[in-house]
Design a binder for this molecule. Structure first.
Ligand code: HAM
Length: 442
């Protein structure tokens, strides 16, 4: 019985070889900058205990209420619920505390790059499996750290060449400010609640802050006139926010204070920020983050402040897509400027061409080349010598090494330089250096 053509799960697209160079460039750029700013990589598991996310991110958040991929495992007596990670922050804090990293030194800068999972309705820029570049600086309350983090995020965007983005900034204050502001918000919204969407009616009691970033046009209009949080900050929170703004001004990083920016996690305190990009559609945030001064102590660690950010890699790539008018043929990828070999092949290597009788010898030649660190390949599709030469040309190989019967007998190959159009007989023992010599010379 044959299968119906299987498909990847909805919202979990494959990343095909032609796309991988763009992904690599994102990763390389981000790693380079993160490490320049003092971050070290940490890799946490794809699955964590469901409880970690429920408590870390907050029970009354969209992610925990309806977007987690959770699985029940274990035995009847010892049931366990694990969830695919919907973000990195909770996992990084868990790892910090579990391995007592904070006891080794109180301040850490950690980054992660990888896949995350949220059961959302897929649309442009929103997937169920997506990827983030994530940074966390743990163990400091310094507002200059918030500034440094925003600067780092901004530098990543600049270095990648993302255009048309802005920076939204807000302060959510501390638990005290939030408690007071919650009542201000409720008093303001209560008389208008009947006009608001059903979701917001539910949010009113459970998490009134989330009403601030509701997308419904009626609710947006109501929310536009709520008294801003900034006016309700306590003195230390106001001083922190002022220091962040002054720091950004010093670095000439433009921002807009946006009282509607609340973000979808309960752990945030004080600074929150987001980078919307006009190149994207409804899901326009390429990244965002903020300070979370309660998460480490709430998870059983010491009193310690922290701040972090994450970029969505799919959204960065969407933001980097060329405007339609800019499309044009070039051997550099128009989106990223990364040179792309025709059909993605290893440019500059050696294609080994042989006859059916000499293929066994050719496979030894191939191994010798690879052991000599030369990218090389052999035809596995039963092509004639002529057809193999055409493939080598099309895929951008610098050389073809022909293993004919004479060559096989005398332990040599005929090396054809595809650019120069010249060819010469070369002893197998000299092949690697011959190829390298020509490459080094030109
Ligand atoms: P977040 O805003 O949920 O923050 O995600 C950061 C970025 O990930 C978003 O701006 C977006 O670009 C991308 N993203 C989120 N969900 C999806 C999705 N379903 N499909 C495609 N891209 C998506 C966080 O995750 C926080 N943990 C960031 C942070 C780190 N805060 C402090 N430290």
């Amino acid at each position: 019985m044959s299968w119906q053509a299987p498909k990847a799960p909805r919202g979990m697209p494959d990343i095909l070889p032609d796309d991988v160079p763009r992904w690599r460039r994102l990763e390389d750029t981000a790693r380079d900058l993160l490490e320049r700013y003092g971050y070290r990589e940490i890799r946490t598991p794809l699955l964590e205990s469901t409880d970690l996310f429920a408590r870390g991110i907050g029970e009354v958040t969209d992610i925990v209420e309806k977007e987690m991929f959770s699985l029940a495992v274990g035995s009847k007596d010892r049931p366990e619920s694990l969830s695919l990670r919907p973000e990195f922050t909770a996992s990084v804090v868990r790892a910090l505390l579990e391995h007592n990293l904070h006891r080794k030194k109180p301040f850490w800068k950690l980054y992660s790059i990888g896949a995350l999972f949220r059961y959302e309705r897929p649309q442009a820029g929103r997937q169920r499996q997506f990827h983030q570049i994530n940074g966390e600086a743990l163990g400091s309350y310094d507002p200059l750290l918030d500034v440094e983090m925003i600067d780092l995020a901004d530098q990543i965007l600049r270095r990648l060449g993302v255009e048309d983005y802005r920076l939204r900034l807000n302060s959510l204050g501390c638990a005290g400010c939030r408690g007071r502001y919650r009542e201000v918000l409720r008093d303001f919204l209560r008389p208008r609640l009947a006009e608001m969407c059903e979701t917001c009616k539910g949010r009113f009691d459970r998490n009134v802050f989330r009403i601030l970033d509701c997308k419904s046009p009626t609710d947006k209009a109501i929310v536009a006139s709520v008294p801003p949080m900034e006016q309700h900050l306590c003195d230390p929170c106001r001083a922190h926010f002022d220091a962040v703004k002054a720091g950004l001004d010093r670095l000439e990083i433009a921002y807009q204070v946006d009282p509607q920016l609340v973000r979808g996690f309960d752990y945030y305190t004080r600074t929150v920020f987001e980078f919307p990009c006009a190149r994207l559609g409804a899901q326009d945030a390429v990244g965002g983050g903020g300070r979370y001064d309660r998460l480490i102590p709430d998870m059983g660690g010491p009193e310690a402040g922290a701040v972090g950010f994450a970029f969505g890699m799919e959204r960065l790539l969407l933001a980097l897509e060329p405007k339609p008018a800019a499309a044009g043929a070039s051997d550099a990828d128009a989106r990223t400027g990364v040179p792309v070999a025709p059909d993605g092949a290893a440019r500059g290597g050696v294609f080994v061409a042989a006859f059916p009788e000499t293929r066994a010898v050719a496979s030894a030649v191939l191994a010798e080349l690879r052991r000599g660190a030369v990218p090389a390949d052999l035809d596995y599709e039963g092509r004639s010598l002529k057809a193999a030469m055409r493939v080598a040309d099309r895929e951008g190989y610098a050389f073809v090494a022909i293993v004919g019967e004479d060559e096989a007998r005398e332990g040599s190959v005929t090396l054809k330089d595809m650019r120069a159009g010249t060819q010469a007989r070369v002893a197998r023992g000299d092949l690697v250096s011959a190829v390298r010599g020509v490459k080094a010379g030109g």
